[in-house]
Design a protein around this ligand. Structure first.
Ligand code: SF4
Length: 332
């Protein structure tokens, strides 16, 4: 496999990081790794399906509004008129991307009405999330890139090499719960279903264990326990919208176990995919994960194709594109 011209830039960037002794990963990339081949295509080469980005764009626009709201004193300080102006501003800047997706459920109209319903819901119930300030900085939409630990890889020369794993991401906020006073990492989650399964999924997943671990590193100087997650759930269903604050705690041994286990998983994964990354060939897939409960792996059609035509699929811009998304919130 020698011709993935656009994605080759990403492969070189990945190899340069390894040469410099680190591997950067975020919870979204980590939890989406279904098999070694998928890891190579999606995590190393950053290939994503073309089109169908409405959930991402919708979520991004909503985060912009909520970030502005929390940085400016929320409903205590922001009038409905000011809020509406902000929503209009975000639509003027980003709404065209949403409307280009032709998604009935996610367009500028549904965005505007969801934002309005959210504002008045918070106005009626009071703002639960009170972001804290650390070293003069309000911890809203806070990026992090922190050393999680070290792993041992076999490098391009066939030698063992110790590299540092950087755990990266961007937290919606670290702040107090105005009802209980406890410190929590908070996350705005747009969803179409709530309930116990929604929470179970979040508790065990890498996102919140990783956020708590990172939040603890960032707030060490405060000397306050940080083991609580708060989810600001924004549920949009066919029947209407529902807002809910959901909270859970993670015991410290579980957070540490998550850290150790994540390093081990990454070490094994790197041993499985690095020979293919160095030689720019597709690693073997693992057929157990091609059809998870919801939807298919985004590379299903590639793996179904005869080996000789797989590159043609991956090089077809109407099927796959190279993503410039960054967990740190920057286009790269
Ligand atoms: S379709 Fe299956 S084998 Fe192919 S990348 Fe996806 S999970 Fe792996």
């Amino acid at each position: 496999m020698s011709t993935l011209p656009l994605a080759e830039v990403k492969r070189q960037a990945f190899l340069k990081n390894l040469e410099d002794g680190f591997l950067a990963i975020d919870s979204s990339s980590y939890s989406n790794i279904a098999c070694p081949r998928q890891a190579f295509l999606a995590y190393v080469l950053k290939l994503v399906p073309a089109g169908g980005r409405s959930p991402l764009v919708f979520g991004h626009m909503l985060h912009e509004v909520l970030e502005w709201m929390l940085k400016n004193g929320s409903v205590d300080k922001i009038t409905p008129q000011q809020f509406n102006e902000k929503v209009k501003e975000v639509i003027a800047q980003e709404g065209h991307k949403l409307n280009e997706c032709f998604d009935d459920r996610r367009n500028t109209e549904t965005f505007s009405s969801l934002c309005s319903a959210y504002y008045f819901n918070v106005k009626a119930s009071g703002e639960r999330m009170k972001p804290i300030t650390l070293n003069g900085e309000l911890l809203v939409e806070k990026s992090f890139s922190l050393p999680l630990g070290e792993i041992d890889i076999i490098n391009a020369n066939g030698n063992h090499q110790t590299i540092t794993v950087l755990w990266e991401g961007k937290m919606d906020l670290i702040g107090e719960d105005s009802h209980t006073g406890d410190l929590a990492v908070w996350d705005h989650k747009t969803t179409s279903m709530l309930g116990p399964k929604f929470l179970d999924d979040k508790m065990r997943g890498p996102q919140f264990n990783g956020y708590l671990w990172a939040g603890q590193q960032m707030t060490k100087s405060l000397d306050r326990p940080l083991n609580t997650v708060g989810i600001n759930a924004i549920c949009s269903k066919k029947t209407g919208v529902e807002f809910s604050i959901m909270k859970f705690k993670r015991p410290q041994p579980i957070i540490e176990e998550w850290r150790v286990s994540t390093l081990k998983v990454l070490e094994n994964l790197m041993r499985a995919i690095l020979p293919s990354v160095f030689s720019n060939t597709l690693p073997l897939g693992d057929f157990n994960h091609c059809c998870p409960k919801f939807g298919k792996c985004v590379f299903f059609q590639v793996c179904e194709a005869p080996e000789a035509s797989r590159l043609n699929y991956l090089n077809e811009p109407s099927l796959y594109q190279v993503s410039n998304w960054s967990a740190l919130g920057e286009e790269v």
